[in-house]
Design a protein around this ligand. Sequence first.
Ligand code: FE2
Length: 328
Amino acid sequence: MINKVKTKDIKLGMYVLLPKKWFAHPFLKNEFIIDSPGQIAKLLEAGIAEVSIDTERSIFPREETKVKVVSEAIKASQSITPARPIIPPDLQEAIHDKKMPPAQKAQAIKHHSVVMIQRLMENPSRESITEAKKGISEVVDVVLAEDSTNQQLLALTTHDYNTYVHSVNVGLLAISLAKSIFKGSDIHDMHELGAGFFLHDIGKVKVDINIILKPAVLTDEEMLEIRKHPQYGYDILKQTNQSSEECRKVVLQHHERDNGRGYPHGLKGDEIHLYGRICSLADVFDALSAKRPYKQSLRPFEALNVMKEEMLEHFHKELFQKFVLLFH
Ligand SMILES: [Fe+2]
């Protein structure tokens, strides 16, 4: 029998079934017996609140073991946090592996980039930002230099939504668009630009987590709070002094819209920096593509169609056309 169990209630000996999608969890296998507190720690750390358990394949321990296992798991999760590098070694390994097939490389880069952004957003210190920017620069270099891996990265679709996955999706989409627009030009600092795209939502770390995770449409008051995140993000990057003004502009302007209906400043048309406009296209596309508790996910074609039919006045038209061409 298959039961749903809260991760904090997992016991040693339970046979867990994880989603088959590679990006949904940090394990190599999708199903296995829990035989160490470290595995529960890893699930908690990945933000997985609930798992499926196959009771017939589980070997249940005594009830009192549960308390010990959970407390050890929490301890393990806390004890590994300070020592963790912001850039997962697996990310660098995948980036520098010249023989890895593009599809596999794209999956590895995406998965480990999400881990990197999660680690950064859990502790957005000056040091963490410096480190993450190095990792982002390496990912940007792959996108710029390896067309086949770039194509595979664009072909990966993830319907599960959280801020970390979204940040990486937007980072990859926006840098791919910037690559197609700025081809042959060396006046743009693609590393700073990439940092702005990947870190566009970093300001969400200052917004109440209950608003971020609310599984429903937000109230007006909550909406007002969440609309502060571009300014929060700009301030974080400014205070830590780890970014250029262009990078910070991306963060500040990614919710501005061509028709002036965006936020935080309601800028119109050319008042919005080109970099901010690139990021807004990627941001809206990924938001439409994602599945949320209150809405279905859209396929790339459907998301582009909604943007064209219902939202075209939000965007720079030629930029939107170039964005569409990324998916051809
Ligand atoms: Fe945002």
